[in-house]
Design a protein around this ligand. Structure first.
Ligand SMILES: NC(=O)c1ccc[n+]([C@@H]2O[C@H](COP(=O)([O-])OP(=O)(O)OC[C@H]3O[C@@H](n4cnc5c(N)ncnc54)[C@H](OP(=O)(O)O)[C@@H]3O)[C@@H](O)[C@H]2O)c1
Length: 402
């Protein structure tokens, strides 16, 4: 397995990339200005001209994923000098250091939808870059440096990578969780990208040795308002808490920076979830498949890989409008894989009126823990596989009516 060095190791995307590359068997090290926050292997000394040279000499990576950047559009705008130093000069230093140590190292750069001016939307890799913000201008400068470096490289343009921890998602989630209203622009469009899809795709692109420029973003071109509306809806919160407002002219958010990622999707063989589906994952209601791979022979999706022992596996069919369940288990963990149909699932901890309701459909995976009352309302004829940690033996069934 190639050895990977990630710059900006304490960052939001870098931290998740590190975890996911490690769980895929890669040897991963990080550089960071700050050794304390997270385990960081190499300290980036921002006073040293040779900071990257020393790090690369010591780390001897095969691939460098460059994420270190001032990821604040406002700060880049306010402090051009700092932005030029951190974003451009240090990227230049990194490129030079690679050339000195080992020109076989592949450089992967995380770029952005903000390389475009946002007038047209649905930008492809062939569209001309016309950045409006200083942040975007820095991204284009570094893309050009990399393109002209002669090094093996992959430039990944992505957009609003969301998860718990993503700025926009967090703003919406924390306010809506407290039943507070949020003002959201209805006239700005983007291609929000679910973090698990992003990291999974980066791993695949590297394993396929992809080079050049690729757009890697969610499939949906969506307004910020609609994104927030869908989140409120999946959270079961009154959607009127999401208030549509128009973007003030002076704000630096582009009108439409949606990305066309069809090229990367042709290269990839993984599962790209809708915005709604990803919210279900983020709320912990359904489980992101631990592995997916599709090619011309067909496909494979990993349902479960854990320490749990499953003593019983059943195939179940249910007809439209049937209601099943309405019980809980004391000792049995239960897992479900939906083969077909649509089901409204209602769960609540035993003795609580705190009901959690969500919709599952073909391909969804979820688990029900002991002492959770669960009822299934079949909305469309359904089929599923159900697996139980304890076999339901006659006379000893661990099933209790709520
Ligand atoms: N998040 C998104 O939605 C998104 C979308 C498109 C593109 N991107 C790009 O993806 C990359 C990672 O983004 P992110 O969201 O993970 O950002 P982030 O959490 O802010 O991470 C960036 C890292 O860069 C380093 N850094 C930041 N300010 C610095 C400064 N003044 N001097 C030196 N180093 C500094 C820090 O690493 P250490 O503290 O470890 O030194 C920081 O953790 C960036 O290049 C960003 O432009 C992100």
């Amino acid at each position: 397995m190639p050895k990977i060095l990630i710059t900006g190791g304490n960052g939001y995307i870098a931290s998740q990339l590190k975890l996911d590359f490690i769980s895929n068997g890669y040897d991963v090290v990080c550089s960071s200005r700050n050794k304390l926050e997270q385990k960081c292997d190499y300290v980036f000394n921002d006073n040293s001209e040779n900071a990257y040279l020393d790090i690369i000499k010591q780390a001897q990576p095969d691939i460098i994923i460059h994420t270190a950047w001032i990821n604040s559009i406002d700060l880049c705008e306010k402090d051009n000098v700092l932005a030029d130093l951190v974003n451009v000069q240090w990227s230049k230093d990194l490129i030079n250091a690679i050339k000195i140590v080992n020109t076989d190292i592949k450089l992967v750069f995380i770029s952005s939808d903000y390389v475009f001016d946002g007038h047209n939307g649905e930008y492809t890799e062939e569209d001309e870059c016309k950045p409006v913000t200083y942040y975007g201008k820095n991204k284009v400068s570094v893309e050009e440096l990399i393109n002209n470096s002669g090094l093996k490289h992959l430039i990944i343009r992505t957009a609003n990578v969301y998860d718990h921890g993503g700025k926009f998602f967090n703003f919406l989630f924390s306010n809506l969780s407290e039943n507070k209203s949020v003002d959201v622009f209805y006239d700005t469009f983007f291609s929000p990208t679910y973090m698990r899809y992003f990291t999974d795709s980066v791993i695949q692109l590297l394993s396929k040795n992809t080079e050049g420029v690729v757009h890697l973003a969610g499939e949906e071109r969506i307004s910020r308002y609609n994104f927030a509306f869908k989140l409120a809806s999946v959270m079961g919160i009154d959607e009127r808490k999401v208030v549509p407002i128009s973007k003030p002219n002076e704000m630096l958010i582009a009108h439409d920076v949606s990305l066309d990622s069809s090229f990367s999707r042709q290269l990839l063989s993984n599962f790209s979830p809708s915005v709604e589906k990803s919210f279900q994952f983020l709320l912990g209601r359904i489980i992101y498949p631990y592995f997916t791979h599709y090619d011309k022979r067909g496909g494979m999706m990993g349902i479960v890989q854990n320490e749990q022992k499953w003593e019983e596996i059943n195939y179940v069919e249910a007809v439209q409008w049937a209601v099943r369940g309405g019980h809980y288990h004391k000792n049995t963990h239960e897992g479900f894989y939906i083969i077909d149909g649509v089901i409204k699932v209602e769960t609540s901890p035993l003795g609580s009126d705190n009901k959690n309701t969500f919709i599952v459909e073909k391909g969804d995976i979820f688990f029900i823990e002991p002492y959770t009352v669960h009822t299934f309302y079949i909305i469309k004829n359904a089929k599923w596989i159900n697996f139980l940690s304890k076999a339901m033996k006659v006379g000893k069934k661990d099933i209790y009516a709520a």
